[in-house]
Design a binder for this molecule. Structure first.
Ligand code: ADP
Length: 405
């Protein structure tokens, strides 16, 4: 079944066309990124995969809006030389990544006018993502009128959290009237990792307990008990929790008033600084973990401090989640940093032997791309590195929603 996965951002559209039967039998036919929509020069990077060969095409042309961007995607997918299908009608379903639906949906849903109204209702709680996500849906409906459109929400997996985990200790009517609560994000990734962990360790999903550690540009953790999320580190927005490339993570909210008073920043500038100028970048000037590790290894004291802070925050969350999930089977590293940075994994696991976390240094350092275990033989807790695949998860859920299987 051919499924197109779309992740529309404010000036970009990420896409992947898959032909899939199930989680193990699928092929990526094409993938790409439309960037700089609305800017002087737009760019489309389009890659096709045929007979094990990868071919990449780059186009640079101004793209006025998402409609023009999507029209290039359709043209490239159906192009006799650069395409992989003859007609857009071959696409049997479109799966959209959507940031937030609050508490309204706890699963993937077929897009209807009511679903679109809900996505709109949550614009204030996902101001950077929900509006372009909805735009992506509306242009896809125009270009693929016969294909069912499906929304996969980044918050859905976390809807199983109990109130003690998702409520903030603030006036209760902020929750009942204004919907303020922890929603969590990266849900599609944490769900994929939960299923992949159950499969890797050979346990039924309903008996699998784990701590999922997603370390990419954004970083978050999920505590999973019996296959269901019971707590997560991101909050009402993706700013809370772990230290990230440019986000502060947890902070004392009263500090905002103090710094705003001293600097004259308004609240928008402050939240922007916490989202874009903080985290690793705020401490050592760079946000790419490869550069931070390199600088720290070269003796840069600020980079060393940033690295220590990043890993220490994760250690604290591991401690907290081991307390709330009894009998954890595995802690699992995923995403750009989690999958690729042996030094970061080593720093996180070092000193946690008393919690059953015993890393095998050689296995950790060995270069590999696939799923793997990196704990010492006989250790009480498994430590795994599992590649996440959010596009595959979206495609699978889209297919399931359409076919019921
Ligand atoms: P996103 O969250 O946008 O999906 P990724 O999961 O691709 O991002 O993660 C991107 C991050 O992964 C980059 O910021 C980079 O710091 C980090 N990264 C990728 N490869 C490595 C590596 N070999 N060592 C350390 N960090 C890496």
């Amino acid at each position: 079944m051919k499924i197109l996965v779309i992740n529309a951002g404010s000036s970009s559209i990420k896409y992947q066309l898959m032909d899939l039967a199930d989680a193990h039998r699928y092929a990526v036919l094409a993938s790409g990124l439309v960037e700089k929509i609305g800017e002087a020069t737009g760019r489309v990077t389009h890659t096709i995969f045929t007979d094990g060969q990868e071919q990449r095409f780059v186009e640079e042309n101004p793209l006025k809006n998402h409609h023009e961007g999507m029209s290039r995607v359709v043209a490239l997918l159906t192009d006799p030389q650069r395409g992989v299908i003859r007609d857009a009608a071959e696409i049997e379903g479109v799966g959209h990544r959507v940031l937030s639906c609050g508490e309204v949906y706890s699963d993937t849903v077929r897009i209807t006018p009511k679903v679109k109204a809900t996505i709109r209702e949550f614009f204030p709680l996902g101001p950077l993502h929900n509006p372009p996500n909805l735009m992506g849906i509306e242009v896809a409906e125009e270009f693929f009128p016969r294909a069912p459109q499906v929304a996969v929400f980044d918050t859905a997996f976390h809807q199983t959290m109990p109130p003690k985990a998702f409520l903030y200790a603030v006036p209760y009517e902020w929750y009942t009237r204004h919907r303020l609560r922890r929603y969590g994000f990266h849900g599609t990734s944490h769900k994929f990792i939960t299923q992949a962990t159950a499969e890797f360790i050979g346990k039924p999903l309903a008996k699998t307990n784990l701590i999922s550690i997603h370390l990419g540009n954004g970083c978050s953790m999920a505590a999973v008990r019996h296959g269901k999320c019971v707590d997560t580190s991101m909050g009402v927005t993706p700013l809370e929790g772990l230290i990230m490339g440019t986000r502060s993570g947890d902070m004392d909210p009263a500090a905002l008033e103090y710094i705003m008073g001293l600097t004259g920043m308004d609240i928008h500038q402050m939240v922007n600084a916490l989202n874009k100028q903080s985290g690793l970048k705020g401490i050592c000037g760079v946000n790419d973990m490869r550069e931070v590790v390199e600088k720290a290894a070269g003796g840069d004291a600020q980079a060393e401090t940033a690295l220590q802070m990043f890993c220490y925050r994760i250690q604290k969350y591991i401690g907290a989640y081991l307390a709330v999930v009894p009998h954890v089977d595995a802690i699992v590293f995923t995403a750009g940093i989690g999958q690729n940075s042996a030094p970061v994994r080593e720093r996180i696991c070092t000193g946690l032997g008393h919690l059953g976390i015993r890393l095998d240094l050689a296995k950790n350092a060995a270069r590999a791309n696939g799923p793997r275990a990196i704990h010492q033989a006989g250790a009480p807790l498994q430590i795994l590195v599992l590649p996440t695949n959010e596009e595959l998860q979206i495609a699978l859920e889209t297919k399931q929603n359409i076919t019921g299987a």
